[in-house]
Design a binder for this molecule. Structure first.
Ligand code: PGA
Length: 246
């Protein structure tokens, strides 16, 4: 299967910038024979413009978060039904900026992922250890517990993004050996938790045009979740172009 390259625009940019960037990416994706499938995750207010911009292109749009309830008194939240109605195909759940920044638990993330899946969208469930956890040799234990606690049950297929917290937005990338080892660990844990369920494992954390080719060449890596380098169409496309033709 072709690799999946996901742009996480976080809380950045204007509506015009999001629209123009989405148009540039969709135009290139339409014109070129890219080996990668592309997903753009803009902030909520920019979703409709991005969805319109990628119409008739192979690019898909996703959201960065959601609530797990279908509706109700949840001020400031957005339901999966609302995201589905406007044409989102994916939702990122459990990003470390929500696990650590907003105190989201595995249970919250599992409920969100379950709601996303139940609406026919694809959850991208993020996991990853902090620097302290890695330095104290607890990276696998932490990621294993996150997988056990936050993956939805009954999924026909799963997408996990391995994002070491210390590599996000820092310019520090996990070594290729560490990426391979953790992706293999995730593969074996998910095989135990969800036997026979097809799994896509993305790497995230300071992926850039400079390091993408060597990371994307790894068999254990099925794609990337890209933050900073996805904020410019050209650098995001450079990452997409680094995916080797299968
Ligand atoms: P980064 O962010 O590429 O800027 O490190 C990745 C992410 O947070 O998903």
């Amino acid at each position: 299967m072709s690799k999946l390259i996901v742009a996480n625009w976080k809380m950045n940019g204007t509506l015009v910038e999001a629209h123009d960037r989405a148009v540039a990416i969709a135009t290139a994706a339409q014109a070129e024979d890219l080996a990668a499938r592309l997903v753009l995750c803009p902030p909520f207010p920019h979703l409709p413009a991005a969805i319109k911009a990628v119409e008739d292109s192979p690019v898909t749009v996703g959201a960065q978060d959601c609530h797990w309830e279908p509706k109700g008194a949840f001020t400031g939240d957005v339901s999966v039904a609302m995201l589905a109605e406007i044409g989102c195909g994916f939702v990122i759940v459990g990003h470390s900026e929500r696990r650590h920044g907003k105190g989201e638990t595995d249970d919250t993330i599992r409920k969100k992922a379950t709601a996303v899946q139940a609406s026919g969208l694809r959850p991208i469930v993020c996991v990853g250890e902090t620097l302290v956890e890695r330095e104290s040799a607890r990276a696998e234990a932490v990621v294993g517990a996150q997988l056990a606690g936050s993956l939805p049950s009954g999924a026909a297929s799963l997408i996990v993004a391995y994002e070491p917290v210390w590599a996000i937005g820092t310019g520090k990338v996990a070594s290729l050996a560490d990426v391979r080892a953790m992706h293999r660990f995730i593969q074996s844990e998910v095989a135990k938790l969800h036997p026979g369920v097809p799994l896509v494992i993305l790497y995230g954390g300071s992926v850039s045009p400079d390091n993408a080719a060597e990371i994307m060449a790894l068999d254990e890596v099925d794609g990337a979740l890209v933050g900073g380098a996805s904020l410019k169409a050209e650098s995001f496309l450079a990452i997409a172009r680094s995916v080797p033709q299968a």
